[in-house]
Design a protein around this ligand. Structure first.
Ligand SMILES: Nc1ncnc2c1ncn2[C@@H]1O[C@H](COP(=O)(O)OS(=O)(=O)O)[C@@H](OP(=O)(O)O)[C@H]1O
Ligand SMILES: [Mg+2]
Ligand SMILES: [Mg+2]
Ligand SMILES: [Mg+2]
Length: 361
C-alpha cells in the first residue's frame, strides 16, 4: 500500500492505540478506586503526561525530524515537588512502551520488551511537545487526553494526534476508549479509533490492534448523512466555561431544530459528527479571550472534511493551523455536513443580530 502518508498513518494509529490502553488503565487503576480524591488531580495528570511520553517516543523513533506541538510539558515533573508524579509517569509510560508488539507495530519504533527507557528520555519525549508551530514544514500536534473532565467522570475523552504540513492537516487520528462502537447501541461495546488522511476518506477502526490484522479490513468508511431540520441535533461541550451554550440554544431555535443537544466532552464530538450521530458541532467563545488550541481541533477537522463535511469558524472562515499553538483570534468553530453548514452560518449571523438587539434594549 502506498497512499500518501501511509507510513505516518500506521504509526499514528498504533501510537494512539497504545496511549488509549494506557489512559484506560490509569482510569481503572487510579480514578475508579478513588485515588483521585486523595491526591487531587494527579491521576489525570499522570495519564496526560504518560500518554504524551508514549506517543512522542514513538514519533521520535519513526519521524525523528518532525517537531511536535503537544499540550503538556515536563516542567512540573522535573521540579523537586514532582518526584512522586515523575515516578508514576515513568512507570506507566515504560509499561506501555515495553508491552509486547501488536500486529502492524515494529520493534524499531522503540516498542517491545527489549527496549529501555530512562527517566530523562521520557521527560525529554514529553518536552518535544514544546514546538511553537508555524506556517511551514511538517509538524505533529498532540492532545494526550482531550476532555480531561470527561475522563475523570468516566465519560467521553479522546487521545488526539494530527500531522500538519504547511499549515494543512493531512492526517488525523482520534482514539475514543469510551465511545460506543455502534451509535445504534449506546450501551453496547465501547472503544474506537477514527482516522482520516486527506483525500483518502474517514474511517472508524477497532480500538484493539489485534482485531485488525489488516488495518483496512475492519475499517468502516464514514460519511455525514443529509439531515432535515427535524432530525438534526447539536453536538456541544459539557463544560459551560468552554462554550457559550445559551448561544447554541438560540441558533438551534432559529434553525428549527427540535431534538435536544448532545453534550459530550472532547473531540469525540467530531467522531460522532463524522458518523452521523449528531448533525452540527457548534462551539462559540464564552468571551474570556480564550484562544482555541490547534490540538483541540486539528484531528477533528480533517476527520469531518474527509467524511464530506465542512469546518470553519463562526463567520465561515477556514480554521488557520499555521498561526502557532493556537488558532489565534477566536471566533468559534462550526462543523457539519455541507448543506447544514451553510444554514448554521446564516443562523449564527441572525442569532448575533438578535442578541445585539436584546442587549441594546
Ligand atoms: N476557557 C475555555 N474555552 C474553550 N475551551 C477550553 C477552555 N478551557 C479549556 N478548553 C479546552 O476544551 C477542551 C475540552 O474539550 P471540550 O470543551 O470540547 O469538551 S468539554 O468542555 O470538556 O465538555 C480542553 O481540552 P483538554 O485540556 O485536553 O481537556 C481544553 O483545551
Ligand atoms: Mg484538549
Ligand atoms: Mg488534553
Ligand atoms: Mg488540558
Amino acid at each position: 500500500m502506498s497512499h500518501a502518508y501511509y507510513a505516518e498513518k500506521q504509526v499514528a494509529v498504533a501510537a494512539v492505540r497504545r496511549a488509549c490502553a494506557l489512559t484506560s488503565s490509569v482510569f481503572n487503576k487510579l480514578v475508579r478506586n478513588e485515588t483521585l480524591t486523595k491526591d487531587d488531580k494527579s491521576p489525570v495528570t499522570v495519564g496526560d503526561f504518560a500518554a504524551q511520553a508514549v506517543v512522542s517516543t514513538i514519533l521520535s523513533r519513526t519521524f525523528p525530524h518532525d517537531p511536535i506541538v503537544g499540550e503538556e510539558d515536563a516542567s512540573d515533573l522535573r521540579a523537586d515537588t514532582g518526584a512522586s508524579l515523575r515516578e508514576r509517569v515513568v512507570a506507566l509510560a515504560t509499561e506501555s512502551l515495553t508491552a509486547p508488539l501488536q500486529p502492524g507495530e515494529e520493534e524499531s519504533w522503540g516498542l517491545g520488551p527489549s527496549h529501555k527507557h530512562t527517566t530523562e528520555e521520557l521527560l525529554a519525549a514529553i518536552d518535544r511537545g514544546n514546538y511553537e508551530g508555524g506556517r511551514t514544514g511538517r509538524m505533529w500536534t498532540l492532545d494526550p487526553i482531550d476532555g480531561t473532565k470527561g475522563f475523570l467522570r468516566g465519560e467521553q475523552y479522546a487521545v488526539c494526534l494530527a500531522l500538519v504540513v504547511d499549515a494543512r492537516v493531512e492526517l488525523g487520528v482520534i482514539g475514543c476508549p469510551n465511545l460506543p462502537r455502534d451509535p445504534a447501541s449506546p450501551s453496547g461495546p465501547r472503544g474506537a479509533v477514527f482516522v482520516a488522511t486527506r483525500g483518502y476518506g474517514a474511517f472508524q477502526l477497532p480500538l484493539a490492534p489485534a482485531e485488525s490484522l489488516q488495518p483496512e479490513e475492519k475499517a468502516t468508511r464514514l460519511r455525514i448523512p443529509a439531515f432535515a431540520m427535524d432530525t438534526l441535533n447539536l453536538l456541544e461541550s459539557v463544560e459551560k466555561a468552554h462554550a457559550k451554550l445559551s448561544f447554541n440554544e438560540r441558533v438551534a431555535r432559529l434553525l428549527g431544530v427540535i431534538r435536544p443537544p448532545t453534550r459530550m466532552d472532547s473531540q469525540a464530538k467530531y467522531a460522532a459528527l463524522a458518523r452521523g450521530d449528531g448533525g452540527v458541532y457548534l462551539r462559540m467563545p464564552v468571551g474570556t479571550g480564550y484562544k482555541e488550541k490547534i490540538w483541540d481541533h486539528a484531528p477533528g477537522s480533517v476527520l469531518v472534511e474527509e467524511a464530506g463535511g465542512v469546518i470553519s469558524d463562526s463567520r465561515g472562515q477556514p480554521l488557520d493551523f499555521g498561526l502557532g499553538r493556537t488558532l489565534g483570534e477566536n471566533f468559534g468553530v462550526v462543523a457539519a455536513g455541507k448543506a447544514v453548514h451553510t444554514k448554521v452560518i446564516e443562523a449564527i449571523q441572525r442569532a448575533k443580530e438578535e442578541e445585539e438587539k436584546e442587549e441594546g434594549q
